[in-house]
Design a protein around this ligand. Structure first.
Ligand code: ASP
Length: 310
């Protein structure tokens, strides 16, 4: 019966260089509380019989609306001081997918990615064309001011200064979600502001189906976060599913090989969250930490940031 069917959801809020010592306790608390809110909101939808697509969309919206994560409201600035946002979503039941990139006036890019999937003839729309489509679909545009946060602005100035002095800073972040619903359907979604100080027009892995996002009921659902240039070249999200479907790996084996071997060998920093059709979950990263949370099939909830947590 659908009521007893296992459901699960895993989310991330980006991987990167953060340590307990380097983060103010009130920031840690704020991250934890938004992660918990996002994951439990998604889980509630699943428990009520809602779809994995609805669960991942709802969880991502909450993180996009928070100023803390690099997506939606909290998006980072590019080199020119502009916010450019990317997102994607995929339905594991039929391999339908939608993606958007280079958005400057969309409050919740994940909603637009979903509209592209469900209401357009295409998989991916970019920039002004994507925003025109959003308006046709009845979405309101927001001004760039909406995305201004002092913290991100300071981060951009610091990043530029570091680069001038020859240091290559690692400032990224992204939000993502994967879910398994009571019908046995998987879904994955990812949303990001990209990388601080990125070149105008740069697109990372997050909106690339097969790199930052992938879902297939026959193997897994995955959302990635990290240095996008590496994740695109490693085709991370699809490779994870491929290792399971024709490599015979379990989710844990595939995730470990990919993140701790393939990406490490290439020099690619970051992580993934993933979910298998049997409810197995993976939250694996090769950076110092990853904002993450999960509600497993047994209903247990975990929220973690640092390396020494679940
Ligand atoms: N993967 C994102 C990008 O390269 C950034 C991140 O996940 O931290 O745009």
């Amino acid at each position: 019966m659908a009521d007893d069917a296992p459901v699960a959801i895993v989310i991330h809020g980006g991987a990167g260089t953060f340590t307990r010592e380097g983060m103010a306790p009130e920031m840690v608390a704020a991250y934890r509380s938004t992660l918990r809110e996002a994951v439990t909101t998604g889980h509630r939808i699943l428990k009520q019989g809602g779809s994995s697509l609805d669960a991942v969309t709802a969880a991502i919206r909450i993180m996009e609306d928070s100023p803390h994560f690099n997506a939606g409201k909290g998006a980072v600035f590019n080199h020119d001081g502009v916010n450019e946002l990317d997102a994607s979503i995929m339905d594991g039941s039929n391999l339908a997918a939608g993606a958007v990139a280079g958005l400057q006036h969309i409050r919740n890019p994940i909603d637009l990615a979903r509209l592209v999937m469900q209401e357009s003839r295409h998989v991916m729309l970019f920039g002004a064309g994507a925003e025109e489509f959003a308006q046709e679909q009845g979405m309101e545009l927001v001004s760039q001011d909406y995305f201004y946060t002092e913290r991100r602005w300071r981060q951009l100035q610091q990043t530029k200064k570091l680069r001038l002095s020859g240091v290559e800073p690692k400032i990224f972040g992204t939000v993502g979600a994967v879910a398994l619903d009571s019908q046995g359907n998987l879904a994955a979604a990812t949303s990001t502001g990209g990388m601080t100080d990125k070149q105008y027009g740069r697109i990372g892995d997050s909106p690339i189906i097969g790199a930052g996002t992938y879902a297939d009921n026959n193997s897994c659902a995955v959302s990635a976060t990290g240095h996008g240039e590496y994740f695109i070249r490693a085709a991370v999200a699809h490779d994870l599913c491929a290792r399971m479907s024709y490599g015979g790996r379990t989710l844990a084996q595939a995730a470990d090989e990919l993140v701790n071997k393939k990406l490490v060998d290439m020099g690619g920093e970051g992580g993934i969250i993933a979910l298998a059709p049997n409810g197995d979950i993976a939250m694996v990263y090769n950076s110092e930490g990853m904002f993450r949370a999960a509600v497993r099939t047994d209903g247990s909830v975990s929220v973690g940031i640092f390396d020494d947590e679940d």
